[in-house]
Design a protein around this ligand. Structure first.
Ligand SMILES: Nc1nc2c(ncn2[C@@H]2O[C@H](COP(=O)(O)OP(=O)(O)O)[C@@H](O)[C@H]2O)c(=O)[nH]1
Ligand SMILES: [Mg+2]
Length: 169
């Protein structure tokens, strides 16, 4: 069976950890710096239940509160990973904005969404509670997880794989 193509867009405000998550997933490495202004595309082939999937992660350059939803991320995307940082309320508002704009553009979202609250290691500076994240995820009919990137890499990869499986099946 030929590999199936699946494309996932990782979206969110700048500096929330989108590139870190994507790179860690494809390379198993942590890069402390990645050019925040460019869009990167990563691919990884995974085998799930005997079927190979070629996953393309579109690591977007990030969205602002009032930026329009880029057309390129509205079509030909099989799933979304929306990322905010728990220490940054604005990044949480940006996710809400992205979601509203996506709906305005495409109508009710039919593809899976994963909402990720990142940087949980910064709990002293937490500005978005777990409950708020969970509520937003329910509103978006999304899966939700809070992660801390630097530690428990295996856990994050595992969660990511689970998310991808849900996108696929
Ligand atoms: N404390 C902490 N820092 C993180 C975490 N994930 C990423 N970062 C840092 O946040 C900064 C922005 O990350 P990056 O992946 O470039 O964000 P992007 O702009 O959303 O792609 C970098 O300095 C990362 O090292 C995390 O879970 N915890
Ligand atoms: Mg980036």
């Amino acid at each position: 069976m030929p590999a199936k193509q699946r494309k996932i867009a990782i979206m969110g405000f700048r500096s929330v950890g989108k590139s870190s998550l994507a790179i860690q997933f494809v390379n198993g490495q942590f890069f402390d710096y990645y050019d925040p202004t460019v869009e990167n595309t990563f691919t990884k082939t995974v085998k799930i239940q005997g079927q190979e999937y070629c996953l393309t992660l579109v690591d977007t350059s990030g969205q602002e509160e009032y930026s329009i939803f880029p057309d390129a991320y509205a079509i030909d995307i099989h799933g979304y990973c929306f990322v905010y940082s728990i220490d940054n309320k604005k990044s949480f508002e940006v996710v809400k904005g992205i979601y509203q704009k996506l709906i305005a553009l495409t109508g009710p979202v039919t593809v899976p969404i994963l909402l990720v609250g990142n940087k949980v290691d910064l709990k002293m500076e937490r500005h978005v509670s777990y409950e708020e994240g969970k509520q937003l995820a329910e509103h978006m009919k999304a899966q939700f997880m809070e992660v801390r990137y630097i530690y428990h890499l295996d856990h994050i990869n595992h969660s990511f794989i689970l998310m991808l499986i849900s996108l696929i099946s």
